[in-house]
Ligand binder design. Structure first.
Ligand SMILES: *[C@@H]1O[C@H](CO)[C@@H](O)[C@H](O)[C@H]1NC(C)=O
Ligand SMILES: *[C@@H]1O[C@H](CO)[C@@H](O)[C@H](O)[C@H]1NC(C)=O
Ligand SMILES: *[C@@H]1O[C@H](CO)[C@@H](O)[C@H](O)[C@H]1NC(C)=O
Ligand SMILES: *[C@@H]1O[C@H](CO)[C@@H](O)[C@H](O)[C@H]1NC(C)=O
Ligand SMILES: *[C@@H]1O[C@H](CO)[C@@H](O)[C@H](O)[C@H]1NC(C)=O
Ligand SMILES: *[C@@H]1O[C@H](CO)[C@@H](O)[C@H](O)[C@H]1NC(C)=O
Ligand SMILES: *[C@@H]1O[C@H](CO)[C@@H](O)[C@H](O)[C@H]1NC(C)=O
Ligand SMILES: *[C@@H]1O[C@H](CO)[C@@H](O)[C@H](O)[C@H]1NC(C)=O
Ligand SMILES: *[C@@H]1O[C@H](CO)[C@@H](O)[C@H](O)[C@H]1NC(C)=O
Ligand SMILES: *[C@@H]1O[C@H](CO)[C@@H](O)[C@H](O)[C@H]1NC(C)=O
Ligand SMILES: *[C@@H]1O[C@H](CO)[C@@H](O)[C@H](O)[C@H]1NC(C)=O
Ligand SMILES: *[C@@H]1O[C@H](CO)[C@@H](O)[C@H](O)[C@H]1NC(C)=O
Length: 646
């Protein structure tokens, strides 16, 4: 242990007046929280891991699990799609009716084409990374799209979009959002906000949870539990890293477990076993992470992009081009099979570990550290810790044994390493999880892409993520491997034309795209009613701040419930129907021409250097005061210091 480093971090901690400086004080703090109302009960997925967080040998099922080539969707997915796509018809008709498209009978249109489901709009939603800012801003979108939430089915609202969607993808902070919803049995955002078991972001990961009921977990107990859980995995012979602790800590905030232990037995694959999911009652969740070869520091645009869906972990990229059965991750696959005399393993795909894998942004912290205003002494301390993590190759999620070991007689590093290293899905610059949604096999028509990235100096998005996805798609014979994406302008154009300060559509005319690509509805975080540009380093939010960002996110995706542009709901309808009507050779009404003129990027460039991008609030502010100063970075420093010491 490098004690001077820890001491420096602790000194920083103590100097932040409002933060307690010792575990004892932290504990007292937590204990002083009065017992409040009886717990809200939110249902969860199945805690079906055989031995909590510890992956465990089990008898292999028959047929034995195998790795498959990524040349198609899994039969699990195609079987599920047959059910789900049909279930989306009724909510889609309701939604389109409410969107009130002048001069177009949407119900007759859907009815006329429902016998061939591939002609029906295929909708996806994507929530970007960006820490708690992304979780809360994305939550505003998912809340506004959810017909179960009060007021979403009023005029000018978009409720029912979630019920009409086939896919919902999340990355990093967005994966915390998607995980919170799907691992807790498709809880609505309103339920998560009201819960006293999850989403209590006023306590940092360092302190542990603050459940509003009688049983209060002390900080010491919290860390004891986490270290024991991770030690259990290590003792069973599995390589662990920083990400195991990270994923465990996140779970205490995101997974509602009646034992108040961060749900160590909840697996991602159990989502596929939920009755409602099997019945197609809600969309399919997808989580994105990147691959990083050993000793690589910076992730290039051509990093392998992994997806985790309810059945599988793998990649459509030519580097890996394979999928492993999620439930049996951790089994020793060699060239696609588990040897006859070997056991299979279950319980590796812990839900928190999956969300943690998508959000190992530690080396991004390292690169960004000097852009923050934290004291130099802390900067040095943090740099030290993070450097050390990097050197130990510990700032990654380890998928070991590598399921793709020796698979596909290939010279790729992925086939030759015993460990597969997985990092934050945004490290290749693609901070919106679009790769799984632009795979031609999935035939998605329209993506609602919520961007909560902190691209600019004031932590607003400027299109960087879309640019990265577009550039990747141009490598047609290489990493793009059959995917296509609409043309996207440079970031200066985004800022100069205001494409990042209001919803913008890309790829409205399919004739302009080489290959088949969805229409992208870009929904960039911007201040409608609240300055939602918290730093990614901010790790604590009061409930008021959390809820104000969520409401702002709602206003972003609805354009202030249609008050900024009363045509907007109709424009959403036009975008939903564009690809479908193109296939069925049906004309859209004239309002759609107006909409596409207003919202589609038309190819104009303005690449001159823009002025500083510092937008002000669009609609009168009613949100909570932002109390979070940069000292929250100090909390981060301490979390890292603590992790590092473990
Ligand atoms: C996925 O499909 C495989 C092959 O058909 C099957 O063995 C497996 O049980 C399915 N998984 C789930 C969770 O339904
Ligand atoms: C589609 O859904 C309708 C109503 O929900 C049901 O009656 C019908 O059998 C379903 N069709 C298929 C092919 O599943
Ligand atoms: C739908 O649009 C028409 C105009 O085309 C308008 O008269 C009507 O009030 C709208 N209905 C709703 C529910 O907004
Ligand atoms: C629903 O909308 C009404 C009218 O705008 C408002 O008074 C009420 O507070 C809203 N309810 C919620 C839960 O947002
Ligand atoms: C990605 O790009 C880098 C730099 O151009 C190159 O060295 C590397 O081989 C590429 N990796 C893949 C998987 O294409
Ligand atoms: C994608 O990559 C795989 C593996 O290299 C290759 O077999 C396949 O043909 C590629 N697909 C397309 C559409 O290029
Ligand atoms: C699990 O099985 C493997 C062989 O497949 C064996 O090497 C390992 O020791 C077993 N682990 C435990 C904890 O029994
Ligand atoms: C950030 O600043 C510190 C202190 O000046 C320095 O030691 C460190 O190398 C810098 N880090 C980066 C990534 O530039
Ligand atoms: C993997 O198995 C396939 C077919 O079973 C075989 O053609 C290939 O050579 C094997 N690859 C390696 C690396 O052993
Ligand atoms: C956009 O964001 C990128 C990534 O942070 C940054 O390098 C670039 O300077 C930004 N450009 C504008 C115009 O905001
Ligand atoms: C939009 O409606 C939601 C839900 O009723 C509400 O919370 C929000 O404040 C409204 N936005 C505006 C700009 O009125
Ligand atoms: C394209 O968009 C730009 C800026 O958004 C606008 O000034 C221009 O008139 C548009 N061009 C056409 C042909 O509509």
């Amino acid at each position: 242990m490098k004690f001077p480093v820890l001491t420096a971090a602790a000194a920083g901690l103590a100097s932040a007046a409002s933060l307690p400086s010792s575990f004892q004080e932290l504990e007292a703090d937590v204990a002083s929280v009065a017992a409040r109302a009886v717990a809200n009960y939110i249902q969860r997925d199945l805690p079906n891991a055989p031995d909590g967080y510890t992956p465990t040998n089990v008898t292999c099922p028959s047929p034995r699990p195998t790795i498959r080539e990524a040349n198609a969707l899994s039969t699990n997915e195609t079987d599920w799609l047959e059910i789900r796509r049909n279930v989306t018809l009724a909510p889609m008709k309701d939604l389109l009716t409410r969107l009130n498209l002048t001069g177009f009978d949407t119900t007759s249109y859907i009815d006329a084409h429902s016998s061939n489901i591939s002609n029906i709009p295929n909708i996806a939603i994507a929530a970007s990374g960006g820490g708690y800012r992304a979780l809360t801003n994305g939550a505003g979108g998912l809340k506004a799209f959810d017909s179960r939430v009060t007021n979403t089915t009023n005029a000018g609202q978009l409720g029912g979009l979630l019920q009409s969607a086939t896919y919902v993808a999340g990355l990093s902070g967005g994966s915390w959002l998607v995980g919170s919803m799907f691992v807790n049995n498709f809880s609505s955002i309103a339920e998560l906000q009201a819960s006293n078991k999850v989403w209590n972001f006023d306590k940092s990961l360092l302190e542990g949870p603050d459940y509003d009921d009688i049983q209060i977990v002390s900080t010491v107990e919290y860390w004891k539990d986490i270290t024991e859980q991770v030690a259990g995995k290590a003792d069973a012979g599995f390589n662990t890293s920083f990400t195991d602790y990270w994923g465990r800590a996140l779970s205490y905030q995101l997974v509602n477990s009646s034992d108040e232990d961060g749900g160590p037995s909840y697996t991602w694959s159990s989502i596929a076993l939920m009755d409602d999911f099997k019945a197609g009652a809600y969309p399919m969740p997808l989580v994105v992470a990147d691959g990083r070869n050993p000793n690589e520091y910076i992730i290039t645009d051509n990093a392998t992009v992994y997806e985790v869906n309810p059945w599988e972990f793998g990649s459509f990229d030519p580097t890996v081009y394979a999928f492993a059965p999620l439930q049996y991750l951790g089994s020793r696959f060699v060239n696609g099979t588990v040897a006859d005399n070997a056991s299979c393993v279950r319980g590796f795909d812990n839900a928190g570990f999956i969300m943690g894998s998508s959000s190992t942004l530690f080396n991004e912290f390292l690169l960004d550290i000097n852009t923050t205003s934290i004291p130099t002494i802390l900067k040095e301390a943090l740099t030290d810790i993070l450097d050390d993590l990097g050197e130990r190759n510990d700032d990654i999620a380890i998928y070991s044994p590598n399921p793709f070991y020796d698979y596909r007689d290939s010279s790729e590093t992925y086939a030759t390493t015993k460990d597969l290293n997985v990092v934050d899905g945004g490290e290749d610059g693609e901070n919106i999880p679009l790769q799984p949604l632009i795979q031609p096999e999935r035939a998605v028509d329209v993506i609602f892409a919520i961007d909560s990235s902190a691209d600019t100096d004031y932590y607003w998005p400027n299109g960087t993520s879309l640019v990265a996805t577009y550039e990747r798609s141009l490598d047609r014979t290489g990493i793009a491997n059959g995917t296509a994406f609409p043309a996207i302008p440079d970031q200066n154009t985004f800022v100069n034309l205001g494409l990042n300060s209001r919803p913008s559509f890309f790829g409205c005319d399919p004739k302009n795209i080489s290959g088949k690509a969805p229409l992208v509805i870009y929904l960039p975080n911007s201040p409608y009613t609240y300055d939602s540009n918290f730093s990614t380093f901010t790790l604590t939010y009061t409930d008021e701040e959390r809820d104000s960002v969520i409401t702002n996110g709602w206003n972003v995706v609805t354009r202030g419930n249609g008050t900024v542009d009363e045509n907007f709901p109709q424009c959403v309808a036009c975008a939903i129907l564009q690809r479908s009507t193109y296939r069925t050779n049906t004309s859209l009404p004239t309002i759609c021409t107006t909409c596409f003129t207003d919202y589609c990027w038309n190819g104009t460039l303005n690449s001159t250097d823009p002025r500083e991008y510092n937008p002000s609030i669009l609609i009168a502010s009613s949100g909570a005061l932002k109390t979070v100063a940069d000292y929250s970075v100090v909390v981060l420093a301490s979390v890292l210091a603590l992790f590092w010491a473990l």
